[in-house]
Design a protein around this ligand. Structure first.
Ligand code: GP9
Ligand code: MN
Length: 416
């Protein structure tokens, strides 16, 4: 396994790691990180409407906020582990496994997580989420990820009135979270996981600010009012953070954890997007989720169009805090760097590169959506997608080797 590790390290140094630090290295040094994992929010709702009304007025306003970097081509990379996969990718910059959830199957592994690395810079890492701590095996995995405290359901006052669908309503969740955040020793890294916008997107009439869409899919129809509810909850949370004195010295990250509308609703989705059908190309583009880095007082934020994914979060956030990652092992890049690998991988081997989209074994032009090579060609011929496809397969294999072989047991990252 020493050999596997050497090969993997070599690959990461040659093919993935940026050669130098980005221009934004250290600009968030010493700030708290407040990371909002926004349940099932996809990018197609951003700056979009239903019945003539904006779906996400607050998130739309953040896109143009000078203190915000908004990544419009940011993809989730989760598999069957859903939210837990998004957490796994975020904290480790490793890929999830192809079937089952790594939170269940490899919770006892040795990892080199973002919380572990931040701890050495005196950051305390916590998670707030109003669900039972054993759900998704979080209690076990969080220990391995060196998350120091999990404010789970027991820390929240959940009643019949303030609960809907999968649990405590987001507005209540944020409100009740503020006292816990206030008590944390700073600097901290706090991940807050929302829940109201979870399938099947239930909401009380009184919490509805916009009407459902009208298609033959109730799932898609009801998605819009619950997304709006979460948008309002986040807006309210920003105000609460300011009132609590926690805003100015923090960086606020907002990320959609994964898709909420599956391919079962493609017909309704096509209708909503004014398309004839949802092709594999369109479906890949629908896997984009919002990603915001909000840095109060920074003033030079902008909309970012380069492709990006959850795998990039760990190096990006660590570098913003001024923490170098020269000896770390990860599969993403600092998003503020131009020296990047140039493609985003999905667990099933599909990918998006600067130039191509590879999905359902079809190679598309990313810009135009034009088919460059059909399925029959990509299986046995060299196509424009082939060189990247090879790297994608390698990367997924290396990530699997690390997880299945628990290879980080054999590395002392301290002395590397
Ligand atoms: C529940 C939350 C949502 O705790 O993680 O679960 P999901 O189904 O999205 O993984
Ligand atoms: Mn989720």
């Amino acid at each position: 396994d020493d050999n596997d590790l050497l090969t993997i390290k070599g690959y990461i140094n040659d093919e993935i790691r940026s050669k130098e630090e980005s221009g934004l290295f250290g600009i968030g040094k010493g700030r708290n990180i407040i990371f909002i994992s926004a349940e099932s929010i996809q990018s197609f709702v951003i700056n979009n409407e239903v019945h003539g009304e904006a779906v996400t007025p607050f998130l739309n306003s953040l896109v143009d906020d000078p203190n915000t970097f908004y990544f419009e081509n940011f993809y989730h990379q989760t598999s069957q582990g859903k939210t837990s996969d998004s957490e796994f990718i975020t904290e480790n910059s490793l890929y999830p496994i192809s079937s089952g959830a790594v939170f269940f199957t490899h919770a006892q592994n040795e990892y080199h997580s973002m919380p572990e690395i931040m701890k050495k810079k005196d950051y305390q890492s916590v998670v707030l989420h109003a669900n039972t701590n054993s759900f998704w095996n979080r209690n076990q995995m969080y220990e391995s990820l060196e998350i120091e405290q999990f404010f789970d359901k027991e820390f929240f006052d959940v009643t019949e009135e303030n609960e809907i669908g999968w649990g405590l309503k987001d507005k209540e969740f944020f409100t009740q979270s503020i006292p816990y955040l206030r008590e944390l020793e700073q600097p901290f890294y706090a991940k807050m996981i929302t829940i109201t916008n979870h399938f099947p997107f239930e909401l009380n009439e009184g919490d509805r600010s916009i009407e459902p869409y009208d298609s033959n899919s109730n799932t898609l129809n009801n998605y819009f009012p619950t997304v709006r509810y979460t948008d309002e909850a986040i807006e309210q949370f920003f105000i609460q953070l300011k009132a609590a004195g926690l805003y100015d010295n923090s960086m606020i990250i907002i990320m959609g954890d994964h898709d909420g509308i599956s391919a079962n609703h493609n017909k309704a989705m096509a209708m909503y997007l004014n398309k004839e059908e949802i092709t594999p190309y369109d479906y890949m583009q629908l896997q984009r989720v919002p990603f915001y880095i909000h840095i109060p007082g920074y003033g030079e934020g902008k909309k970012m169009s380069k492709i990006a994914g959850q795998i990039d979060i760990k190096p990006t956030l660590l570098h913003l805090l001024g923490i170098e990652t020269n000896h770390d092992i990860y599969f993403g890049n600092d998003l503020f760097h131009d020296d990047r690998k140039g493609y985003i991988v999905q667990r099933n081997g599909n990918f998006v590169s600067d130039e191509y989209v590879y999905a359902s074994e079809i190679c598309f032009d990313r810009e135009t959506g034009e088919v460059l090579a059909a399925e029959s060609e990509t299986t046995n011929q060299v196509t424009p997608c082939s060189p990247i496809k090879e790297k994608v397969e390698k990367e997924l294999t290396y990530s699997d080797q690390i997880i299945y072989g628990d290879l980080f047991r054999f590395i002392d990252f301290e002395t590397e």
